[in-house]
Design a binder for this molecule. Structure first.
Ligand SMILES: [Zn+2]
Ligand SMILES: [Zn+2]
Length: 348
């Protein structure tokens, strides 16, 4: 099969013929129809994720959807020809967290395209597939599905399950990249008033198309102050989709009393992301500081139904479709922080 292979960090991926994936009894072989290019792929390419990645050469790509080509002998829920979406984080199904429905915090969590080979290829093997694959509803196309596999579902879990968003609430979203734009669309669909915060005017313009009722350019103004004025007291929920020290602290400072901060972005700080937070404010104003990672499998059903019925439209996040042969252009764009929205490989 054809695949884009990471042979050396920070060097162009090599698009070439490689051996087809091998089927295991609990796995399936998927023929890819769409694979998104995510910031995490870029981090993997740049060598930032060696602790969570198999050794090189490696095939990245984790925002995948496609058609099942072959199923292992133990597979019961899927058959050849089924249309499926692949959740980014895969549970083992046996630990206490998986058994209580929280696959996203599995003790033995595996990440598609990092712990095993991913979707920048014509075919991919998904292990433990009965547990970790989902049928795609008829009304959801592959492009939309791939826009959902990582950033959109992460935002859905953060806004809906962890943030417990309610109609009429004020939601501030720090960062208008893939996760941020997704959070804006989801919170708006849930009836919240959303304020988008970013340092790029073109991204903030794009955020308005996803339902943001106000935007704040934090390069020009003090964002927490601007949010307190817009909301007459502060946001009920503030989402940090970036994870840098400035946005963690600004997000907390943007909250009204009893507000909820949802941390989705990963901190680049050493020592596991050590970041100072305003403890006295958290105590005095009864703020909640909530972590959010990926999404458990059972929550996909709600999200997929909302997408099928048109209440959510992750496909609108896609601004570019490319061929596997042109994949390095997507990595170059990410290196230069060029463009906005999602790039998806749709031609293999
Ligand atoms: Zn991703
Ligand atoms: Zn588990």
């Amino acid at each position: 099969m054809k695949a884009a292979v990471l042979e050396a960090f920070n060097q162009p991926l090599v698009v070439k013929e490689v051996a087809d994936p091998t089927l295991t009894p609990d796995g399936i072989i998927l023929k890819l129809e769409a694979t998104g290019v995510c910031r995490s792929d870029w981090h993997g390419w740049a060598g930032h994720m060696t602790n969570a990645m198999q050794p090189l050469p490696h095939i990245l790509g984790h925002e995948m959807s496609g058609i099942i080509e072959e199923v292992g002998s133990n597979i019961r829920n899927f058959k050849k020809g089924d249309r499926v979406i692949v959740p980014f984080s895969q549970g083992d199904g046996t630990c206490p967290h998986c058994q209580s429905g929280h696959h996203n915090v599995c003790d033995n969590m595996k990440m598609v395209g990092f712990n095993f080979e991913g979707g920048f290829a014509q075919y991919v093997h998904i292990p433990n597939a009965d547990l970790n694959l989902l049928h795609l509803p008829d009304g959801v196309d592959f492009l939309t599905a791939s826009a959902m596999g990582c950033r959109f579902m992460t935002a859905f879990h953060g806004v809906v399950s962890r943030g417990s968003v309610r109609p009429g609430e004020w939601v501030a979203v720090y960062g208008s990249g893939g996760v941020g734009l997704s959070a804006i669309q989801i919170a708006s669909a849930a009836g919240a008033n959303v304020i988008a915060v970013d340092i790029a005017d073109d991204k903030l313009e794009f955020a308005k198309q996803f339902g943001a009722v106000a935007t704040v350019n934090s390069k020009n103004v003090n964002a927490p102050q601007a949010i307190k004025e817009l909301t007459k007291g502060g946001a009920n929920i503030s989402i940090d989709a970036l994870g840098i020290q400035d946005t963690v602290i600004s997000s907390l400072l943007s909250l009204n009393k009893r507000g909820r901060h949802v941390q989705i972005g990963i901190s680049p700080n050493p020592n596991g992301g050590m970041t100072p937070v305003p403890v006295n404010l958290i105590m005095m104003n009864e703020l909640s500081l909530l972590g959010s990672v990926s999404m458990p499998i059972p929550e996909y059903r709600e999200m997929l139904q909302m997408v099928e019925k048109g209440k959510l439209n992750p496909g609108r996040l896609v601004t570019k479709q490319i061929a596997l042969d042109d994949i390095n252009s997507a990595f170059e764009d990410m290196t230069n922080y060029a463009g906005f929205g999602l790039t998806v490989v749709t031609k293999f």
